[in-house]
Design a protein around this ligand. Structure first.
Ligand code: FES
Length: 114
């Protein structure tokens, strides 16, 4: 399997498809594993979609206080850092830099959020 280059920009969707409180899961060209983009209190956050514990989609999770709770076993991942709140997940998920370019949500897969 070939990894995506560290700064490959991926056009995920138009901004109209991601209102505040929303999430978009993306598994198309430019990624080797799904990513999810969350819109929370006016900020966009992109992370790996798959929980680091047991391959659950985090896009299906509950978002509160800038963290998404995995729907399967309830570890919560900080959307800013990807760090889990506690077991059963012990490894973080990757974060990715995200920006809006000409009305499109663009994720730089492999470039961590700073
Ligand atoms: S699958 Fe996510 S915490 Fe277990």
């Amino acid at each position: 399997m070939t990894d995506t280059p560290a700064t490959a920009p991926v056009d995920v969707c138009g901004v109209e498809a991601l209102p505040d409180g929303g999430v978009v899961r993306y598994d198309g060209p430019g990624v080797t594993a799904p990513i999810s983009v969350f819109h929370v209190d006016g900020e966009l956050y992109a992370i790996d979609d798959t929980c680091s514990h047991a391959r659950e989609s985090l896009a299906d999770g509950w978002v509160e206080d800038c963290a998404v709770e995995c729907p399967r076993h309830a570890s919560a991942f900080d959307l800013r850092t990807g760090e889990p709140s506690g077991p059963p997940a012990i490894r973080p998920v990757r974060t990715h830099r995200v920006e809006v370019v000409d009305g499109r949500v663009v994720v730089h897969v492999g470039t961590p959020r700073t």
